[in-house]
Design a binder for this molecule. Structure first.
Ligand code: CA2
Length: 146
């Protein structure tokens, strides 16, 4: 069964506990159980990593090579700053779907740029936690097609 690693970056551990007007009231644990349920229905294995540290996210991307078939990545604010994450994604040559809870293009201009987008197969932004399920759906189609 194809395996997808879902990586969440800085501050996403706080999901559902602060700024519900921007990020909603669903917790990261809730998102993970929604993803587990969807993955089971789609025929995918899922694993989860969350870190507030750029280097740990890079290590997780490197380690995904050989143990996972694709990555769903919400890199949080590192999306807008990290050439290192972009290079890590390019180096592993795994399909990556970029996800954001909020619509980054409708927010401050510094959030409009993504270093992940050029090395991702696509970007899902603005649909809240459902974005992770949309990403799994897209990856299931790609990984399970005959
Ligand atoms: O919309 C997204 O998913 C973001 O990746 C979230 C990042 C933000 O820097 C990006 O521009 C867009 C911030 C994550 C912070 O998450 C929090 C959740 C609850 C309370 C406080 C922060």
């Amino acid at each position: 069964m194809p395996s997808v690693l879902i990586i969440n970056g800085p501050n996403l551990n706080l999901l559902g506990t602060r700024q519900p007007e921007v990020y909603g009231s669903t917790t990261l644990a809730d998102v993970e159980s929604m993803c587990r349920e969807a993955a089971e229905r789609l025929g995918l294995d899922v694993a989860f990593v969350q870190s507030n540290h750029e280097g740990a996210l890079i290590d997780a991307i490197h380690a995904a090579k050989g143990s996972h078939d694709a990555i769903v990545l919400n890199a949080g604010a590192y999306t807008h700053t990290s050439v290192a994450l972009m290079d890590a994604i390019a180096s592993v040559e795994l399909p990556v779907v970029e996800v954001h809870l909020s619509n980054i293009h409708a927010r401050e201009s510094f959030r409009h740029q993504s270093y992940i987008a050029p090395v991702a197969i696509g970007q899902i932004s603005g649909f809240g936690p459902k974005g992770y399920l949309m990403a799994l759906d897209a990856l299931a189609e790609r990984l399970l097609k005959t």
